[in-house]
Write a protein that binds this ligand. Structure first.
Ligand SMILES: CC(C)(COP(=O)(O)OP(=O)(O)OC[C@H]1O[C@@H](n2cnc3c(N)ncnc32)[C@H](O)[C@@H]1OP(=O)(O)O)[C@@H](O)C(=O)NCCC(=O)NCCS
Length: 183
């Protein structure tokens, strides 16, 4: 089964939709544009990451996982341009019914509530269309913008996971959040 997602119109003419292989050039350009903006929140990237070929390979991997029903890669699109990504990944069924949420937004689009709207749309699809029970997200301790977005989207803080992810070249503590989708 492939996770279906109907295009969601957000403010300012942006559309949240499934990532496409043809997004590779614009996604590479967006990552290059936002290299400084994302550096402290992302893993260290190699130079191939910023190329069209590198992004095409990553998109193909994501779309293959979507075919397996284990990931939903979404783009925030502004016409042909890419203004960010929202990804539900590592979806596990059985007794867990869980997905992991990751996201970033172009530096020129922050502070307008766009990511909060995008996450709300993903929560609704996860609950109503995919039958998931829980979504987890993790932020660095000092990522207050991301924590604000999660709390506003109904996530609860679980606690701090020590040395959780290798971000900006260092294993760093993260605050874990969860959103339970059904009571
Ligand atoms: C985190 C991110 C996705 C937020 O996107 P966004 O569209 O700006 O989010 P929203 O506008 O919906 O909400 C952001 C909120 O955080 C607040 N905020 C922004 N910077 C802040 C800061 N340094 N300290 C505290 N709050 C902050 C904003 O004021 C806003 O709250 P408000 O609407 O009450 O004013 C975006 O900043 C981003 O891409 N950052 C870099 C990558 C990243 O951190 N990804 C997430 C990794 S866990």
């Amino acid at each position: 089964m492939t996770l279906a997602f109907a295009d969601e119109e957000l403010a300012g003419g942006l559309v949240l939709r499934v990532l496409r292989e043809s997004d590779a050039p614009e996604l590479a350009a967006a990552y290059a544009r936002n290299r400084g903006h994302l550096a402290q929140w992302d893993p260290t990237r190699d130079e191939e990451f910023y190329t069209e070929a590198g992004q095409a390979r990553r998109i193909r991997e994501q779309l293959a996982l979507r075919e397996l029903d284990t990931a939903l890669p979404l783009a925030l699109a502004e016409g042909d341009s890419i203004a960010g990504l929202v990804t539900l990944s590592s979806i596990v069924r059985g007794a867990f019914q869980n997905g992991m949420l990751g996201y970033w937004l172009d530096r020129d689009h922050t502070g307008r509530g766009l990511m909060s709207s995008a996450i709300t749309a993903v929560i609704e699809a996860a609950r109503d269309d995919y039958g998931l029970h829980r979504i987890q997200a993790a932020t660095l301790l000092h990522n207050h913008a991301s924590q604000t977005v999660l709390v506003r989207s109904g996530f609860e803080r679980i606690g701090v996971a020590p040395n959780y992810l290798k971000i900006a070249g260092r294993w760093q503590d993260h605050v874990l959040f969860q959103r339970i989708l059904h009571d």
